[in-house]
Write a protein that binds this ligand. Structure first.
Ligand code: HEM
Length: 206
């Protein structure tokens, strides 16, 4: 019994950690890279090309992005299923955030599955290089711009609010004062990342 409990604890901690490293770090890098599109097609294509020349890129993507994301997502879907969404009975702020963390998990899951397939996996099999023109074809259509914007909001909320709960899970913010400060930091982070991500979308749609 003790073994199962310890094992459960370890898996929970690993789920929490993968949200920050490497998935969260990848999300930050991805949003910053895309914001280069504001500088025009050439600036964006140069930046993307530099990435595409990284040796063993596919293996890096599989080991540091695909596997941790699959682990976080499969376990995350199970945690969403387990959660008692008592948000309608207890109208506390943190209770709403707990609920939103799960809603954004589902929206991010649907969006990332669609986005990874159209912009990376399917494209790789078809032998098409990613470029400003490729993304511009998609994002210049208002419907797809809205879909991408909703995906961005969900992922950025999930990450920023996740950072707040991560700091509690890992014993970084213990008292109410530390948690309040962290709440402010995460809210500011949410605003900054939404701005960087939106800049990228606007740059790619123009
Ligand atoms: C952009 C991709 C994603 C990032 C950056 C990310 C990041 C994070 C972070 C930082 C946490 C906080 C960990 C903690 O509370 O200790 C978290 C929690 C969580 N994530 Fe994700 N996540 C992503 C995608 C997903 C997906 C696709 C799902 C499932 C459909 C998911 C489900 C969950 C759940 C259920 C929690 C709460 C776990 C708990 O409270 O114990 N996440 N995520």
């Amino acid at each position: 019994m003790g073994f199962i409990k310890n094992y459960n604890f370890l898996i929970r901690k690993l789920h929490s950690l993968t949200g920050l490293i490497p998935i969260g770090v990848f999300l930050l890098e991805h949003l910053i890279t895309n914001s280069f599109a504001l500088g025009g097609p050439e600036a964006y294509n140069q930046r993307v090309e530099a990435f595409q020349n990284i040796p063993f890129l596919v293996w890096i993507e599989i080991i540091f992005i695909a596997i941790p994301l699959a682990f976080h997502t499969i376990l995350g879907l199970y945690y969403v299923y387990l959660a008692q969404n008592n948000v309608l009975q207890y109208k506390y702020y943190r209770n709403y955030m707990f609920y939103l963390q799960r809603v954004t998990a589902i929206v991010t899951f649907v969006y990332v599955a669609y986005h990874a397939y159209t912009a990376r996996i399917g494209r790789a099999f078809a032998g098409i290089e990613i470029s400003y023109e490729f993304m511009n074809n998609i994002l210049s259509q208002p419907l797809f711009f809205i879909i991408y914007f909703i995906g961005l909001l969900a992922a950025v909320f999930h990450f920023s609010n996740g950072l707040y709960t991560f700091a509690i899970s890992w014993g970084i913010t213990i008292g109410p004062k530390a948690q309040k400060t962290m709440q402010t930091i995460c809210t500011i982070l949410f605003i900054i990342l939404t701005a960087i991500g939106t800049a990228g979308l606007i740059g790619l749609a123009a």
